[in-house]
Design a protein around this ligand. Structure first.
Ligand code: NAD
Length: 277
């Protein structure tokens, strides 16, 4: 039961399921990432603001897994500087590479659009230069809403390879997903399990999980995979880390997918990209 890849617009292949390390302290990141690699994960989602790029990088280096078999994502924290300039972005990217102990990442994302700062077009241009240098195999965005994506494409011609957004059965993001399809952007779901807050107690999800002899978390992850999302569930518990990747030997049916589609209710567990600063 190995993880399939999605192919990004530039041809780079990205595992459809990876491991997220938000809120994992740097010293615990080594243990958690080691468990994830042992369980078969080959994609790790970190960020400068998670303060665990160093632990993540150390674990990758010690794991013995060849570098080209692991897909590493990190993100520019765009509150680290008031308003980003091109040079500051390039310096911050170098700092992330140093912390990770890598000379290349697979995906570099702008963490938030922060439209009130009006600097994301500048950042996208700098990211395009980073991609051209080969030090990021792909570049993209996170938390960009349709107006932000349309402005980036109109003003720079750059189409993000990925837009990583909050997405789970209570926030299904149909408008963004349609725009991603139109523009050729891969949809990556953050908080795919709704941060474990309530979503996993949903009665409909419980019924579907029981029908397949699976847990609610596995049913939700299976839904993401079947609708085409890239997912990056997080856990520090070894049994859950293993459970969350053990989702490739069953399938939801059309009734299950319709029942989950009906759960959409616009609930955000994280920040709203229009106002988050
Ligand atoms: P998640 O939806 O992955 O939920 C994680 C929580 O769910 C765990 O802490 C645990 O409480 C619970 N859980 C996990 N596996 C479980 C299981 N099998 N059974 C029962 N409960 C389980 O939430 P997340 O950590 O917010 O999101 C995942 C990743 O997405 C993050 O680690 C991070 O990499 C990324 N992320 C990105 C952004 C962004 O702005 N780009 C924001 C939030 C998260």
């Amino acid at each position: 039961s190995s993880v399939p890849d999605v192919t990004l617009a530039n041809g780079v292949r990205m595992p459809q399921l990876g491991f997220g390390v938000w809120q994992v302290p740097d010293d615990q990141a080594e243990t958690a990432v080691a468990h994830a690699l042992a369980a078969g994960y080959r994609s790790i989602d970190t960020a400068a603001i998670y303060r665990n790029e160093q632990g993540t990088g150390r674990t990758l280096a010690a794991s013995g897994v060849p570098r080209d078999e692991v897909f590493v994502t990190t993100k520019l924290w765009n509150s680290a500087s008031e308003t980003w300039t091109r040079d500051a972005v390039l310096r911050e990217f170098d700092a992330s590479l140093d912390r990770l102990g890598l000379d290349q990442v697979d995906l570099y994302l702008i963490h938030w659009p922060r439209p009130m700062r009006d600097d994301y077009v500048t950042i996208v241009r700098a990211f395009a230069d980073i991609a051209a240098s080969g030090r990021a195999r792909a570049v993209g965005t996170s938390n960009f809403h349709p107006p932000h994506l349309r402005r980036v494409v109109a003003e720079t011609g750059v189409v993000p390879a990925v837009n990583q957004i909050e997405l789970h059965p209570y926030l299904q993001q149909s408008e963004l997903r349609a725009l991603h399809t139109e523009l050729g952007i891969a949809t990556e779901a953050w908080s795919p399990l709704g941060q474990g807050k309530g979503l996993l107690d949903d009665a409909t999800l419980g019924r579907i999980a029981a029908k397949h002899g699976r847990t609610p978390a596995q049913a939700v992850l299976r839904w993401h995979l079947q609708v085409g999302n890239v997912v990056i569930p997080k856990s520090v518990t070894p049994s859950r880390i293993a459970e969350n990747i053990d989702v490739f030997d069953f399938a939801l049916d059309a009734d299950d997918l319709a029942a989950i589609a009906a759960l959409d209710r616009g609930t955000r567990f994280g920040g709203n990209p229009d106002t988050f600063d």
